[in-house]
Design a protein around this ligand. Structure first.
Ligand code: C5P
Length: 240
């Protein structure tokens, strides 16, 4: 799917509850990344106003917002949350759990459609990368993570999701199942030599793009660098 937001594929994950620190980082990175991802830690501490404080309207065009709340509820409630988010924040991207089912994803898409061409794009999360095959089996899903990722990926795309959030190693099976159209956005990215932190199965930025990622979510390798803008530019250079 064409992605009008930006040709820079890096979304930087700003994982903090500190508005001033997040704003400083966003302004520092404005020319070096394709957007800002704010998630549950930031949003539950600071709400929509905190998001506006980090990303004032004036820089939104250069720095689109990815709001990562991983919505999962009955269809009516998720539709309401999508409408509220689109109204209050106009994010370029938002996330929801594919495991909420076909009706939930379809209701989210219908709600998003109410905002026309500027609507948020919906990215579905399939299986959390923190879940092992045996964790999944404990929930009654016995076919293993990859099978479930592809099953939920198909379901989400068929019911109106614009794309999926997936681990780098899931890009190939998802592209094989779904073709080139859906947006595939991947965290778990580490430039060669960078600290892994708590990420276990990683790819470098170049490897992930070669595998078929549309965009990457990168946090600590950028936000924890002495010069975050230089770190982001070095990644851009690596992927050409
Ligand atoms: O600092 P790091 O590059 O590991 O940050 C990755 C970001 O992507 C974090 O915001 C993390 O919550 C998010 N994420 C992830 N793995 C997933 C889904 C989201 O690392 N499966």
């Amino acid at each position: 799917m064409s992605d009008p937001v930006s040709s820079n594929p890096i979304f930087v994950a700003i994982d903090t509850d500190d508005v001033a620190a997040a704003r400083d980082l966003a302004l520092t990175l404005a020319g070096a990344v394709g957007g800002i991802k704010l998630g549950k830690q930031f949003f539950t501490a600071n709400g929509p106003q905190g998001v506006h404080d980090v990303l004032p309207e004036a820089i939104r065009e250069r720095l689109p917002l990815f709001i990562d709340l991983k919505l999962h509820d009955i269809p009516n409630t998720v539709a309401g949350a999508v409408t509220s988010l689109a109204r209050s924040l106009a994010p370029a991207f938002l996330t929801l759990h594919a495991s909420g089912g076909a009706a939930m994803v379809a209701a989210a898409r219908e709600a998003a459609e109410g905002f026309g061409a500027a609507r948020p794009k919906l990215l579905a999360v399939t299986v959390l990368t923190s879940m092992s095959d045996s964790d999944l089996a404990d929930t009654g899903v016995t076919g293993g993570a990859e099978e479930q990722v592809v099953r939920l990926g198909r379901l989400a795309i068929a019911n109106g999701a614009d794309g999926l959030v997936c681990s780098p190693k899931e890009i190939a099976p998802l592209r094989a199942a779904l073709g080139g159209e859906p947006l595939l956005v991947t965290p778990g990215i580490r430039p060669a030599g960078a600290a892994l932190g708590d990420q276990k199965r990683v790819m470098t930025p170049a490897e992930a793009m070669r595998a078929g990622a549309s965009r990457m979510v990168i946090g600590r390798p950028i936000t924890g660098a002495d010069d975050p803008a230089a770190a982001a530019m070095a990644i851009l250079e690596e992927i050409g």
